[in-house]
Design a protein around this ligand. Sequence first.
Ligand code: PMP
Length: 402
Amino acid sequence: MTSEKLANRVTSIRVSPSVAAAQKVRDLKAQGREILNLTVGEPDFDTPEEIKAAGVKAIADGNTKYTAVNGTEALRKGVQHDFSTRLGIECGLDQICVGGGAKQILFIAMMATVEEGIEVIVPAPYWVSYPDMVVANGGTPVIVSCGEDVGFKLTPDALEAAITPRTRWVILNSPSNPTGAAYTGDELRALAEVIRRHPNVLVMCDEIYDRIWYADFKTESILGVAPDLRDQALVVNGVSKSYAMTGWRIGYAVGPKFLIDAINKLQSQMSSCPSSISQAAAAAALTGPQTSVAATVEVYKERRDRAYALINDIPGLSCTLPDGAFYLYPSCAGVIGKTTPDGARIESDLDFVLYLLEHAGVASVHGGAYGLEPYFRISTATSMDVIEAACAKIAEAVAKLS
Ligand code: PMP
């Protein structure tokens, strides 16, 4: 058995379910099936021209060598400026690190701090990668269910109850993938109060979607509202989602120096540094005009509003209004227990998602993948035509259930 040659850290984790769902769509398309794809986790826009030009210029200028392990000064200055002006986070350049995507920073931060016996509090529904990142590093994810009744958000009481002497991290993702729920400043302040009482607990704030924001309350970060947590908070962000730069692979974080130094040390042995060309483009993104971000957010908002209305019009489905990001997380509780035209019973959100794929040609991801059932995630990072056609197909397929 060749798998015996693999380490536990590999055999104990899953392939990301959203990556697997996207692969299934590609397989069905290759068989000639027409599939309306609502599984996509990346912007359908192109990287803005001025940002691409900065990448091209980096190549032309010979800016094609290793950079400092923690990223170029130009990019870290861009991050420092962005965190300060948008979120009120003040930090030194030595408290910022740059990596190959927010995903890599999150993983390395876990690698630096998590080992056997360590617990990481993961509010559910969660981004699919968090629990596997914990497990891959030998730790134990402690899943705290945060239902629709609490807006899919962690409450201070639930956090307090989940903390044990073994807790190293609590993960906050705002706005959230998959629900789009975002924490208000007051909610962050209340969570900060709990974290402050537990100096051994760190908080990992994944704010990768925080520019894709629709809520009428202000975008805030835990380090902006509670700067005294500077020794306990790692705020992670990146250019992938806001600037349609998923393929450039640049993410960054601000945090306490001991942690940033540890992340840099690991990165020095893993990749030396992220791409010099991508860093130049990311610096241009953060310091250039923000007009393209504003324009794409307008488009995402129209799609969110339309998808929200269409889904809520379907008997048996219901959806909360996302504050940000480009996903909806409708409940399919009203269709569980129903029977398909083929006589099969819908027992779970996975059954429902597979029914939609087979009978409606609509691909989405089941809520079980995100740790809260019975829901399913649909992405609005696709055209309005696809969203409208997919919702019509979902409505038809649901109407056929008895
Ligand atoms: N966090 C969340 C919540 C995400 O949805 C994603 C992308 N799917 C990431 C982090 C990773 O982003 P990046 O492209 O910067 O690695």
